[in-house]
Design a protein around this ligand. Structure first.
Ligand code: AVJ
Length: 320
């Protein structure tokens, strides 16, 4: 497998992180980009979230894959190249790769080289003949896409499970889908998972789990900033809050300042009023028709979808 190093001549990860944090904390509604929740500790906590009884998302999606993987592989057809933005440990794609008729290759991309490398070893051991090319970088940036080699394939399929698209607001999601479409050609496709709109009680329980793992996941972002950006967030003076916003059709995750306080980040002071929040993540929920509309707007034709019996979650297959 070819692993491209992050291109030189650009800002380092820490510089970009600092700039994003300063920028986010300087706004009237303080905010931090949710991608920074997933450092090593955060990714581990997220894996714990996925196992929680209260968090139905991962389990439900896994059930749909388990039930319908053959149909998905048939819909994709032979000789396909699978591209996975934000692949992480590449666990979700494995059953699909195993099921596909003579896949042309697999291209995972992720910001974490360590996780990609160990995933590559695992998948290559299981599928020795499969061509794997990993791209290291942020899939919302063009660069990592440019670094992927052009492999011959009957059809290219962007695999985007896990309701990651839900982290983007509809406008950004539309931009991302457009970008996917622009990287594909006629007859290429996406296989993409979305969490569906549902009873707010179920939603709020999923993001305020009784074991407080989500709270630790959220607050880990502050620890990370303390360590990596020389900051002095007092974790005991912030608390986790998640709620469903019905008009925006999304779960919002925030950190609430429990007192009036000043926090210093790399020598810069940020003031918090008591009760003021930092908005750390959105998790958008779609209706089937709402997401199909978004796909159409981005240039895709939705061909079919698979969902669970409660319609909690859907996996869409759409063609350019
Ligand atoms: C990884 C974006 C799918 O929105 O459900 C879970 C992240 N945040 N609990 C989601 C998350 C808090 C998760 N996604």
């Amino acid at each position: 497998m070819a692993v491209q190093p992050p291109s030189s001549g650009t800002k380092t990860g820490t510089e970009t992180f600092l700039r994003d944090v300063i920028d986010g904390l300087s706004r009237p509604q303080k905010t931090l980009p949710c991608k920074y929740l997933y450092d090593e500790a955060g990714s581990q906590l997220f894996e714990e979230i996925c196992e929680l009884k209260d968090y139905y998302v991962t389990r439900t999606e896994a059930g749909i894959f388990a039930h319908s993987i053959k149909e998905m592989a048939e819909a994709i057809g032979p000789g396909a190249l699978i591209i996975e933005p934000g692949a992480g440990n590449c666990e979700k794609v494995e059953p699909l790769l195993t099921q596909l008729d003579s896949p042309a290759g697999y291209m995972p991309m992720d910001i974490s080289p360590e996780i990609l490398l160990s995933a590559r070893r695992r998948i290559q051991a299981r599928l020795p003949g499969l061509k794997i090319h990993a791209g290291i970088g942020d899939f919302t940036k063009e660069m990592v896409w440019d670094e992927l080699p052009a492999l011959e394939a009957h059809r290219r399929v962007i695999f985007f499970p896990g309701s990651t698209i839900g982290n983007f607001d509809p406008e950004q999601a539309s931009t991302l889908l457009h970008r996917f479409a622009s990287r594909l050609g006629q007859g290429d496709a996406v296989l993409i998972g979305t969490d569906l709109d549902k009873d707010p009680i179920v939603l709020e329980r999923a993001y305020n789990d009784s074991e407080q793992v989500t709270a630790r996941f959220n607050k880990n972002l502050l620890s990370r900033i303390n360590v990596e950006l020389d900051a002095d967030f007092d974790l005991s003076r912030f608390s986790h809050r998640s709620f469903y916003h019905p008009l925006r059709r999304r779960v919002e995750m925030h950190l609430v300042s429990l007192a009036a306080q000043t926090v210093r980040v790399s020598g810069e002071d940020f003031h918090f009023r008591e009760g003021e929040t930092i908005h750390t993540e959105n998790s958008h929920k779609y209706t089937l028709s709402g997401f199909e509309k978004l796909l159409r707007k981005a240039g895709f034709s939705p061909l079919r979808h698979w969902s669970d019996s409660s319609d909690y979650y859907a996996i869409h297959f759409a063609e350019v």
